[in-house]
Ligand binder design. Structure first.
Ligand SMILES: O=c1ccn([C@@H]2O[C@H](COP(=O)(O)O)[C@@H](O)[C@H]2O)c(=O)[nH]1
Length: 305
């Protein structure tokens, strides 16, 4: 799967992923009112509103970007209707030719990881029929439980040509509480980075592995160290934009050829119309504002090379 992502990044000259992380605060009033008029103040109405919101954003940006990253928590907050909106979003993005990174940060004891892996990137057997339940192209996973929690995901990648992004050094302010602790001379994030390199060793295609890593834009020095420790891992870089990460700090995540990293922005794109910079678009023009924000992000990142 990684070779498809790299190919699309090269073709579009856009190492960018748009995070589809909708909340009702971002959904313009006219969309939410329509859903509530039809379904009342219900979870179903909320789910319809976020799906319509996503659809319009995707229509406005799909030709500019290689991939999207729907964050499952934003959908789970609306229960079962929310999860149905998640699945509808994944399918719609696929219809538009986008690759989908499911941001679910799964990971558990081996048997439970296997079930997560089947549900998100594998196939479940019902009688003699094999069904891909969510069918994302990539999945984020949390490696905290160790190798036996990660390997079931790697196995599913091998079977179905899928990919992973494993949390290594996260973008949030407290990430150092555990991730920066030293074990011997190495920090925990360095040890995890080394394991990512090992887990991905059998899945290298055209120079990069289907097993990638998540490293926050907010920690560029650590990004530089990790780029060396995991030379074959594509790095998914969240933290740009709303969390304060800037283009100037992104260079260490990339290789010299401009590949090796893909930068996520969620709120900075989907809620661009709420920023002063894009205020001229107004709530009615939220999708056009998202398109303008993607073009600005692309140019911003291109300026570092
Ligand atoms: O270290 C991490 C890992 C994942 N995320 C996720 O990325 C997006 C960021 O959203 P923004 O609105 O662009 O800040 C969100 O889905 C997080 O759960 C992260 O931020 N940091």
């Amino acid at each position: 799967m990684i070779e498809k992502l790299v190919e699309r990044i090269k073709k579009l000259e856009a190492p960018i992923v748009v995070g589809l992380d909708p909340t009702l605060n971002f959904v313009p009033g006219f969309l939410l009112d329509k859903a509530i008029n039809e379904k009342g103040e219900t979870l179903e109405a909320a789910a319809d509103a976020i799906f319509e919101f996503n659809k319009k954003i995707v229509d406005a940006v799909y030709d500019l970007i290689p991939a999207v990253k729907p964050q499952i928590a934003m959908y789970e907050q609306f229960g079962i209707p929310g999860l149905m909106a998640f699945k509808k979003t994944l399918d719609y993005c696929h219809e538009k030719g986008l690759l989908v990174i499911g941001d679910a940060k799964r990971g558990d004891i081996g048997s439970t990881s296997t079930a997560y892996a089947i549900g998100h990137i594998g196939k479940v057997k019902v009688g003699s029929t094999e069904i891909a339940p969510f069918d994302e192209d990539f999945l984020t996973i949390n490696p905290y439980l160790g190798s036996d929690s990660v390997v079931p995901f790697v196995e599913e990648c091998k079977k179905y040509d899928k990919g992973l992004f494993i949390l290594v050094k996260t973008s949030n302010p407290s990430s150092g509480e555990f991730q920066d602790q030293k074990v011997g001379k190495k920090a925990v994030y360095e040890l995890v980075g080394k394991k990512v390199d090992e887990w991905g060793a059998e899945l290298i295609k055209n120079g990069y592995s289907d097993v990638g890593a998540v490293v926050g834009a907010t920690y560029p020095e650590m990004g530089e160290v990790l780029r060396e420790i995991m030379p074959k891992a594509y790095i998914l870089v969240p933290g740009y934009g709303a969390q304060g990460g800037t283009a100037a700090e992104l260079k260490p995540f990339f290789n010299k050829d401009g590949l090796g990293a893909i930068v996520n922005s969620s709120r900075g794109i989907i809620a661009a119309y709420k920023q002063e910079k894009y205020a001229e678009y107004g709530a009615e023009g939220f999708a056009e504002a998202a398109r303008a924000a993607v073009i600005d992000m692309k140019n911003d990142i291109a300026s570092i090379f």
